[in-house]
Design a protein around this ligand. Sequence first.
Ligand code: SF4
Ligand code: SF4
Length: 271
Amino acid sequence: MRAVRVTEEERSKAYAPTKKADVAEKQQLHVRYHVENMDVGDRPRRFLEAFAAILRHSNYRFALDHFIRMSAKCSRCATSCQIYMATGDPDDIPCHRSELLLKVYRRHFTMGGSVRGRLLGTGHLTDEDVERMADSFWNCTACKRCTLECPAGIDHALITHLGRYILSEIGIAPRALVISTREQLEGSTGNTSAIPVPALVDTLEFLEEDMKEEKGVDITFPRDQLGCDWVFFPAVSDYLMEAETLMGIAAVFSVTGDSWTLGTGYFDASN
Ligand code: SF4
Ligand code: SF4
C-alpha cells in the first residue's frame, strides 16, 4: 500500500481553530499553572540525572520506545483536548507537549539519538527546554481524552506524568500542588483540602437539608456502611465547591435503589 503523506496545507488546516477569530480571542483563557520555584541551579544536568534514575527504576522505557516510533501527525489529539480548545496555545497541543520530553529521551537515552547528537553536536537539553516543559506539563489535566483519540495509542497523560515526576524530583513543581498532595498522602486529615472529618460530616448533613429544601425529597449521604453495592470516592471539591455533583450522585442512587456509601477514612479521591 502506498503511504500518503500529509501536506503542510492539510496539517495547518487540521490544527486551525474551529471558532471564528474574534470569538476565539474573546473566549481564550490566558492561564498557565504557576510554578513559583524555578530557581534551581544547573537544571539540564539535574533533569537528565533524575530522568536516568527514573528510567533505571521503572518500566517507562517500554512505553517511551513505542511512543518515539509512532506518530501519524494526524492532529486528532489536538481536536480532542479541552485545554488546547480553551487556551489556543500551540504548547497545549498534546503531541507538542509530549514531544518536549520525547525528544530528550530520543537524544539522551537511545543509542541512535546519542550517536547522531554527538556527531552533529545538536539536541543538548538546554535551560530553556526545561523551562518550557515546566510551563507546559502542569497545564494538562491528564484526563486521557487525547489518548482515546490517538490511532497510534500514544498516552500523552503518561508522558505528562513522567515529565512532572522528573521536574518534581529536581524541585520544580507548583507549590499549591506540593502542599495539597503532601497533606493527602502524609497529613493528619488525609485529603488535599485539609478538611477534618467532623467538618465533612457537617457538610454532608447540610447537603441533606439542602436536598430536602430544594428538591423536596429525603436523600441521605450514607457514611461508612458495610456490605454496600458501591463505595463512592469523590474528589474533595465535590463536598464544597461543586456539591451539585455529589448531590446528583446521591439523587441517582436514590432513584436506582442501589446501596452505596462514602467512607470517612478516605474521602478524597483527587488524583
Ligand atoms: S490528557 Fe492532557 S493533553 Fe490529553 S486531552 Fe487531557 S488535558 Fe488534553
Ligand atoms: S492523535 Fe496520536 S498520531 Fe495523531 S497527532 Fe496526536 S499523537 Fe500523533
